[in-house]
Design a protein around this ligand. Structure first.
Ligand code: NAP
Length: 345
């Protein structure tokens, strides 16, 4: 810890979309500029932070050893490379990539569901889940605790910022062009402006995508239900920020909409919107820049025993990435990292 009581915080990939959100949240929390160490892979670049300009450094062993916590906002291969080298010297690392999420000795954490896994970690690494997983487990854990969970089917509606800088650039390039033109460079499997793209990540030989398999395995791991019946179809939509999902679930025990609504209203990290339309249903523009996962449209599925439907929206860059990672550090060591939590938004 530095002399001013703040931890020294490193952000690898600080100039990326998620890295930028880390810096913005840490600034809101009041982290002084001399406690933030931004890292990137190019010498000479800089980062604006709370009225100052910070140099973006290359991460090495000596710099990592000076950090109380290191947030990784880089892709999977880069996270693996960092953890095979300098990352081992950092006191605590929270990784946003998919590289270590399913490793047995690495906790995969959404604090509303399994903060105990962050506290009980055996190494210096905590994994942050996929942005859709992080959002949907917040209501799912409340439902699991109220009535048990037998199955979860979901279709996601994922924003372009979920694909990082390249995704935002491709969306910007396509908007306003002829509705059949594609951006010259795009991470998407088809034009995204004026369209929806029902493939995120690579397809395997059975027809499932990497994103769908991540959600399947990560929900099971975080909810500590290794046999849970989960199926996801993931879809990219022409939305800047804010992932949504339609969930169809089955509970284990008999329950009612009223009981589930009461459980959701009492759940942490969640804002419940009534299904009767008396308040606006959760939408991406309502969650962008906000912390809670918004949940609405809860209803019983006619003719399906213990079947319920609900709708979830959340900011993929905050709860889906940077905010959840900071909450993981705070859950792991509240005395050291609790100060990094921003005022609620
Ligand atoms: N976007 C989301 O909603 C979201 C949500 C959850 C998780 N994630 C995960 O978060 C990670 C970052 O995603 P993103 O959307 O922020 O991607 P991004 O916008 O493409 O940013 C990636 C960043 O990594 C930097 N970088 C590349 N190599 C590096 C290295 N060796 N050391 C340090 N920095 C390096 C890049 O630097 P330059 O700018 O210099 O190229 C860039 O700033 C990914 O693993 C992604 O899967 C993203």
């Amino acid at each position: 810890m530095s002399g001013n009581g703040w931890p020294t915080v490193g952000v690898a990939g600080a100039r990326g979309v998620v890295g930028g959100m880390f810096c913005s949240i840490l600034a809101d929390a009041g982290l002084p500029a001399d406690c933030l160490r931004p890292f990137g892979h190019r010498e000479g670049s800089t980062l604006a932070y709370r009225g100052t300009t910070l140099p973006v450094e290359i991460l090495d062993d000596a710099r990592a050893a000076e950090l109380d916590v290191l947030f990784l906002a880089v892709d999977g291969p880069q996270s693996r490379e960092i953890m095979a080298g300098a990352g081992a010297s950092a006191a605590l690392v929270v990784d946003n990539s998919s590289a270590f999420r399913l490793a047995d000795d690495v906790p995969l954490v959404v604090p509303e569901a399994n903060a105990h896994a962050a506290r009980g970690r055996t190494g210096n690494l905590i994994a942050n889940p996929n942005c859709t997983t992080a959002a949907v487990v917040v209501p799912l854990v409340a439902i699991r605790d109220a009535a048990g969970l037998a199955s979860v089917d979901l279709a996601s509606y994922q924003a372009v910022s979920g694909a990082g800088r390249k995704g935002l650039d491709a969306f910007a390039a396509e908007r306003g062009t002829d509705h059949r033109e594609r951006a010259a460079e795009s991470p998407f499997h088809g034009r995204i402006a004026d369209s929806v793209v029902p493939q995120i990540d690579v397809l395997d030989e059975t027809g499932w995508t990497g994103e769908e398999k991540k959600i399947h395995a990560e929900i099971r791991k975080i909810l500590e239900l290794p046999e849970l019946d989960v199926a996801a179809t993931t879809v990219r939509v022409p939305v800047h920020t804010g992932h949504s999902a339609a969930l169809h679930i089955r509970t284990e025990r008999e329950t009612s909409v009223d009981e589930l609504e009461a459980a959701l209203r009492a759940a942490p990290g969640l804002e419940y919107r009534p299904a009767d339309g008396s308040e606006r249903h959760p939408m991406p523009l309502d969650v962008e820049g906000r912390d809670p996962v918004l949940v609405g449209r809860l209803r019983a599925i006619p003719g399906r025993d213990r079947g319920f439907a609900l709708w979830v929206s959340s900011d993929n860059l905050r709860k889906g990435a940077a905010l959840n990672a900071i909450q993981c550090a705070a859950a792991a060591d509240p005395d050291r990292f609790g100060k990094l939590l921003p005022p609620p938004r």
